[in-house]
Design a binder for this molecule. Structure first.
Ligand code: 13P
Length: 247
């Protein structure tokens, strides 16, 4: 039985004062019936991990470098993230794949670095609208999954996030049938490759998830939670998603 996961990706949003949102979330949901992880910008990670230490809220990073340390100006490494008390790292988000040309091979190397630091990788995959319109969704998702996740993935070190690029921040979502098709496909690829470990890996849906659509989307087989952008910024919205996932 996979426990549902509500993961919030704050992207490049949030100042010190925004940390109050996690306190509000905790007050409203002190003993949530799903796992919660909030991924703030790197500037807030240390402080958030400190605040969340006594709470049922884990903290995550939005990216990391594939090396442990060295001359990489502006980057942060997986051991540095672990050092803050954070437990998760989002990798291969489509915004990074698009803006920085991150390849599957690079995401794979980053995943290895995250595992080596004892952290859990949230590996993002998903097709663009052009790829979807050409009927290539499963090809793309299959290729990204095979290329971005190293051998050795299991339920404790890896989460997969299916995020159709065209659904991110647009208010659009795929039909429930399409979500089911892609999540079932990812599950079968994971179990073919990792056997029982593949069955324990959580597969999140991401892209315009809100308190309004979360119930229907997460009722779909093999949807084990959500990777939430915009609706994770306010405790009230994210809390409503947490409450639904805990049902
Ligand atoms: P939105 O929920 O704002 O569409 O963002 C989804 C996302 O990219 C999470 O990583």
């Amino acid at each position: 039985m996979r426990r549902k996961l509500a993961a919030g990706n704050w992207k490049m949003n949030g100042l010190m004062q925004t940390l109050a949102e996690v306190e509000t979330l905790h007050t409203a949901h002190p003993a949530p019936r799903c796992d919660i992880v909030v991924c703030p910008p790197a500037t807030l990670m240390c402080k958030m991990a400190e605040i969340c230490a006594p709470m049922a809220i884990e903290v995550g990073a939005q990216d990391c470098h594939e090396n442990e340390a060295g001359a990489h100006t502006g980057d942060i490494s997986a051991p540095m993230i672990a050092d803050t008390g954070a437990r998760y790292v989002i990798l291969g988000h489509s915004e990074r794949r698009a803006a920085y040309g991150e390849s599957d091979a690079l995401v794979c190397a980053k995943t290895r670095a995250v595992w080596a630091a004892g952290l859990t990788a949230i590996v993002c995959i998903g097709e663009t609208s052009k790829e979807r319109d050409a009927g290539n969704t499963l090809d793309i998702v299959g290729r990204q999954l095979a290329g971005s996740v190293p051998d050795g993935a299991c339920g404790s070190n890896t989460v997969i996030a299916y995020e159709p690029v065209w659904a991110i921040g647009t208010g659009k979502t795929p039909s429930l049938a399409k979500i089911a098709e892609v999540h079932n496909f990812i599950r079968s690829r994971l179990t073919n490759r990792c056997a029982a470990d593949g069955d324990a890996i959580r597969i999140l849906y991401g892209g315009s998830m809100t308190p309004r659509n979360v119930e229907k989307i997460t009722a779909v087989t093999n949807v084990d939670g959500g990777l939430v952008g915009g609706a994770s910024l306010k405790a009230a919205d994210f809390g409503a998603i947490v409450a639904t996932l805990g049902k």
